[in-house]
Design a protein around this ligand. Structure first.
Ligand code: 13P
Ligand code: SF4
Length: 313
């Protein structure tokens, strides 16, 4: 799509529009580097939700995917929430349609439902509590001991959490199109070429990949681990956008993206990359696309999210 922009200094446009809108710009680590660089806050899903919950800005400009902006809206029903590209979805969320999820929940009466934040508001509304990759083990550990636990939609995160907590989980068979294609074979070859490297991975990766990781955690967890580690070289098994903050904060270390099994050298989320700096400026200038939701859905999805924030304190 050709985008009409009148200024060449897009960063200056963002700064000016931010004042006009009294806006805060929240960005996920998988956004383009130039989008991360103009954001007020860059974080993982939990940190972004916590930031959205406490902001006093009138407008939240969310540079991430749809479910993340939805979360910000649920927590701030009266604020204007903008998403530079409304089509920025998520394969995990797409692979868990609300009607099929309803049937899954109904097949397990009495179960406690833990839902990963990478899901639609309608799915969240059918859940007891939400989790992210950074608090999933803590949340599941707090689930009632006398009830079966349903975990959706990411089966790989679910398996990893079951292993961490020793809790038995009934898993929804979902997966992320980015994390499921890391190649175990190519990772093992890379480790052999770089025996000094530490392998860091996101828990959305398959167990076959996670077994080779020295550290498994959320995007923020991975970043903090890499910055604190005495090692100098890292093989990184998550979306390649995270490398920007690593290079910015520890430019003297070496980061090698783990390869997917499609012949490419790194792995990008096509949904996250729909947002661009140009679209960010346009959405702030036009105050659209705006994230809107019917009020009953906003209200129904709020309680499980509030419970997550409460259990994460
Ligand atoms: P984080 O919560 O770890 O940032 O993960 C979000 C995500 O979409 C991973 O694919
Ligand atoms: Fe969704 Fe995967 Fe993209 Fe994360 S990386 S937003 S889970 S499709």
């Amino acid at each position: 799509m050709a985008i009409a922009l009148h200024s060449l200094d897009l960063e200056a446009d963002v700064r000016r529009l931010k004042k006009e809108l009294n806006a805060v710009i929240l960005a996920h680590y998988y956004q383009e580097s130039e989008v991360q660089d103009v954001a007020d806050f860059v974080g993982d899903s939990l940190a972004l939700a916590q930031e959205a919950a406490k902001t006093d800005a009138d407008t939240i400009v969310f540079c991430g995917v749809h479910f993340m902006a939805e979360t910000a809206k649920i927590l701030n029903p009266k604020k204007l929430v903008l998403l530079p590209d409304l089509k920025a979805g998520c394969s995990l969320s797409d692979r868990c349609p609300p009607a099929a999820f309803r049937a899954f929940v109904d097949q397990h009466p009495g179960a406690f439902v833990v839902t990963y934040v990478n899901s639609s508001a309608a799915v969240k509304a059918m859940s007891d509590v939400i989790c992210t990759s950074s608090n999933a083990a803590r949340i599941v550990a707090r689930a009632p001991a006398d009830r079966p636990i349903l975990f959706a939609p990411d089966q790989h995160l679910g398996r990893w959490v079951a292993k961490q907590t020793g809790r038995e989980l009934v898993l929804w068979p979902g997966s992320c199109m980015v994390h499921e294609i890391f190649s175990e074979k190519r990772l093992v070859q890379l480790k052999a070429q770089h025996p000094e490297a530490e392998v860091v991975a996101h828990p959305e990766c398959e167990a076959a990949v996670l077994q080779h990781a020295d550290y498994v955690g959320s995007t923020r967890g991975i970043l903090e681990h890499v910055l604190a580690s005495p090692r100098r070289t890292f093989i990184v098994a998550t979306e390649v956008g995270i490398l920007h903050q690593m290079q910015k904060h520890a430019p003297d270390k070496t980061y090698i993206p783990a390869p997917p099994d499609n012949g490419c050298a790194c792995n990008e989320c096509p949904h996250m990359k729909l947002n661009t700096l140009e679209k960010l400026v346009l959405c702030m200038r036009r105050r659209t696309p705006e994230l809107t939701m019917p009020r009953p859905l906003l209200e129904a999805a709020r309680a499980p999210l509030d419970r997550m924030l409460d259990w994460s304190r």
